[in-house]
Design a protein around this ligand. Sequence first.
Ligand code: IP8
Length: 266
Amino acid sequence: MTEAKPTILKIGGSVITDKNGELAARTEVMNRLAEEIQKANIKNLIIVHGGGSFGHPTAQKYGIKEGLKEDAQKVGFTETHHVMTVLNGLVMDALVWHNIPALSVTPSCCVVTENGRIRFFEDTILKMLLKMGFVPVLYGDTTLDEKLGFTVLSGDQIGSHLARKFNAAKIVIGVDTDGLYDSDPKVAKNAKLYKHLTLEELKKIKGRLGKSTAADVTGGMLGKIAELIPAIEEGIPVAIVNATKPNRTYKALIGDMVEGTVIEKE
Ligand code: IP8
């Protein structure tokens, strides 16, 4: 049994999938990350991953985020959830075969949203898993929604919610850029990387951050930052690192000098 504050690791869909393809998994990246997670050996770790080229194109095709409008969308809802379970299965393969006591927790079975925001989160199992030293793994998923019928819930909202609920020690966000930039580094060649930001500085630059270029129904980097703010307000520090590059996630997990962007309340 352990009492350490949990660490939340959010792995972006752009890291573990090729967002330009469809259903294009990067299993070699999943395996390398599993190795880093195993090496870091963090007590009380919760992993959340995104949808990438699995969840987003399917959700977009059927307009799942906007809610239930016609019966024909129902199969789109189940298909979106299904492709997320397929992606999650590949992540679980990598984690379990690296001897990590990871257990998949399906958000669509324990969360109800209201207009896309988490309204109810049944966390009995999650708490027990953490107490017993397991590593719960959640992911962006489809949810039933009290106003919309159904919608899409981002892994970022899940991560930020759990960080606040369990008073996390920190949130590590693995993305496919070297951290947070003043403009999109994939478009602007002279984009400047922020190494450290306070909450106040983050709020000031938020308006300038762009939406993701690839199909992303949950808002790209801007959506990520908006979700993180309430957790940072509660004093939970955030490290944004390039998880496509070896060892950056490992270093952020063990609290070594972070190569990326650190955001703290003050
Ligand atoms: O990539 C979205 O999760 P995210 C999941 O964390 C789906 O925003 C189903 C598109």
